[in-house]
Ligand binder design. Sequence first.
Ligand SMILES: Cc1cc2nc3c(=O)[nH]c(=O)nc-3n(C[C@H](O)[C@H](O)[C@H](O)COP(=O)(O)OP(=O)(O)OC[C@H]3O[C@@H](n4cnc5c(N)ncnc54)[C@H](O)[C@@H]3O)c2cc1C
Length: 458
Amino acid sequence: MDTASSADGRTRVVVVGAGFAGFTALRRLERLLARHSAHGDVELVLVTPQDFMLYTPLLPEVATGVLQPRHVAVSLRRALPRTTVVPGWATSVDVGARTVTVDPGDADGQVTRLGFEKLVLAPGSVTRQFDIPGVAEVAHGVKTVNEALFLRDHLLAQLDHADALPDTADGRAEREERLTVVAVGAGYTSTELVGQLQRWLHTISARWDRVRPTDVRWLLLDISRTVLPELGPRLGAAATAVLRRRGVDVRLGTTVTAATDRAVTLTDGTTVPTRTLIWGAGVVASPLMATLGTPTVRGRLVVDAALRVSGLDGVWAAGDAAAVPDLTRPDGAVTPPTAQHAQRQGVVLARNVVAALGLGRARRYAHHDLGLVADLGGRDAVANPVGIPLTGVPAKVVTRAYHLLSVPGAANRVRLVTDWALGALLAPQTVRLSGVRADDALIPAAQRTAIYGGVGSS
Ligand SMILES: Cc1cc2nc3c(=O)[nH]c(=O)nc-3n(C[C@H](O)[C@H](O)[C@H](O)COP(=O)(O)OP(=O)(O)OC[C@H]3O[C@@H](n4cnc5c(N)ncnc54)[C@H](O)[C@@H]3O)c2cc1C
């Protein structure tokens, strides 16, 4: 498969990554090519480590068990019937030879080279770790299903163990470690997660004999002075007030300088005993982008407004991994790394790839932000649909409606509504199946940052 065309002479379009941008692009490509009755001349190939598109914004609800993990995963085999799926990770791109190296991510599989005539790069981002001692060894991100499932089981295990500890000095010290959760990053990832996890544990902790809801100590840290900066100061303050009212220690201007499996050290010099460090301190573009050798901005591949990679013919990029000029702003900014932009960039990608195949005209990407939503658990949420600030139940309704409309696939939508309805009617489940090993849920393993040979992986 290392030639640019398929064995039967069809033009090969390779898409790397089946997230918001890649999945949407392929779905559109399938439709557009079918409409132009040119599908027979084009081979669509997708390189993807999973056989699903993950709706990441709902991962916090997977962590609390409100949603079943499969219900936030959209089947690629079902949604993309005309696409050939190559399972594995793209580890580098040779723009001269026009090939992508694919590691199957499977001990028995062989690394292969896949030729392309057109290439779409949409591998998204990875959790930004910085070079803080201990973070790679003990912290857990929230970008994959494994990470979300692990966190849930891990927190339940902490309650079980804490409940069984003897009332001795050692027992009390261990209890403090087990009942303290530290989350770093007050953007939507950690803030939503802390809000929802705190609410969930508060609801269920009466099920243990000696652990009380107030015994669990929550710290949400951020080196900046704002919570949810994506939603503006007013809603950030509203979210902070909700969390503080529930007893979460929101510490701004503070972060972690070192971590072990028993404690974290903070920038103010204090040490906090904990066995749970959640890392949501932003994202950085997939290290794959650094392998092309073309310009990047903070790791994101530079593209023009038509999503073409500078200086490369027939190569496009979008989503979190690309620095896409934001034509709706005069200040030369690039679009923020959000699902909202990635999904819409996928639509433009498809159109522009088809145009490069001689069908239709290319267009530039321009989208006015429709606002963001953040679910804080229970009836609490904040949202700014089309700039209107909402809190409480109205925000919660908007948040769920937004996700429901955004999840691709009717079957997934029905399953989500069913989960939400059951969650409203029944008491939360507390079984822990312990299906994910702790080592597999650490950031380098869960997000496979090591496969790029260290290129830009910090
Ligand atoms: C917990 C959480 C909550 C969020 N909430 C919101 C929200 O409310 N609103 C919002 O707009 N955004 C939200 N986001 C951000 C949003 O999820 C991302 O901006 C969006 O997923 C980016 O889309 P993408 O297509 O660029 O990447 P992704 O959707 O991440 O998809 C990238 C895909 O590429 C695959 N991949 C990675 N590397 C390779 C490789 N080397 N080879 C092949 N495939 C590869 C990945 O497995 C993945 O399937 C949230 C993110 C998280 C983690």
